[in-house]
Design a protein around this ligand. Structure first.
Ligand SMILES: C[S@@+](CC[C@H](N)C(=O)[O-])C[C@H]1O[C@@H](n2cnc3c(N)ncnc32)[C@H](O)[C@@H]1O
Length: 240
């Protein structure tokens, strides 16, 4: 148990080792999730990545021709994202904002993004915050744009849920004690996204994990500009 505490502190406070450590902890599923998200991004899209971490998803989106704004509450993560973009020679395609995902209203205008993503971030918030964050995502998205949210979610079947509850009890306490940050696996991510006014077009579980990736579309009104709707309306296949 002590080893586990140490591991978590070590991973969370060192951006240079964060990626491979998380890859190890998720058996590589995190990369698959990010690849699936990037497939939804089109050349010329403006993407907002909430809780961008070390910028791995941002870099995948940039490779697809997007311009990305990454927001993160940790200065060292923002620093690492910027360093990687500079090394790859794509700094001009990545804007970085150091703030919390609850503060997006301060930084971004209505309808300023085509895609909004968040991987492994929103699980740190209780439900009321999630409702607020998702509603603000809808405000920031252009009509026809999409949210792609990937996170730790409560399993839906009883047996898996029971095993998961047991594991969570072990992990939650050290996480809170050592990082001073609670973890809330999301209950009904699809419902939260739908309640915020999105049409949920796919919801994918990654086998062997509790990760779910949910895709929601901001349906355009009859008078909205539909420039990129066709491209963004590509429901992901349901296999993780
Ligand atoms: C588990 S990491 C995931 C990073 C990245 N999205 C990924 O999938 O590799 C969680 C990230 O969320 C950031 N974070 C935590 N709370 C946040 C908040 N309130 N606002 C913005 N970022 C936050 C952390 O600094 C960290 O970079």
């Amino acid at each position: 148990m002590v080893l586990m505490y140490g591991w978590m502190v070590w991973v969370e406070h060192a951006p240079e080792r964060y990626d491979w450590a998380v890859r190890l902890m998720t058996f590589g599923r995190i990369d698959r999730m990010k690849a699936r998200i990037a497939e939804q991004v089109n050349d010329g899209d403006h993407v907002l990545d909430l809780g961008c971490g070390t910028g791995t998803l941002a870099m995948r989106c940039i490779e697809r021709g997007a311009r990305v704004t990454g927001l993160d509450a940790a200065e060292y993560m923002i620093g690492e994202s910027g360093r990687r973009a500079r090394e790859a020679g794509v700094s001009d395609r990545l804007d970085l904002v150091h703030d919390s995902v609850t503060q997006t209203h301060k930084h971004f205008a209505d309808e300023s993004f085509d895609v909004i993503t968040a991987t492994m971030v929103l699980g740190e918030f209780p439900p009321d915050y999630l409702h607020y964050i998702l509603r603000d995502c809808r405000r920031m998205l252009r009509p026809g744009g999409q949210v792609l949210i990937g996170d730790e979610c409560w399993p839906r079947t009883l047996v898996v849920r029971t095993i998961y509850r047991f594991m969570m009890t072990i992990f939650w306490i050290p996480q809170f004690l050592f990082l001073r940050r609670p973890l809330f696996p999301i209950r009904d991510l699809d419902g939260i996204i739908a309640d915020a006014g999105f049409t949920v077009v796919s919801s994918t579980v990654f086998p062997g994990t509790s990760f779910r990736l949910v895709q929601g579309i901001k349906e355009p009104g009859p008078d909205d500009d539909v420039r990129q709707q066709e491209a963004s309306r590509r429901p992901m296949v349901s296999e993780g």
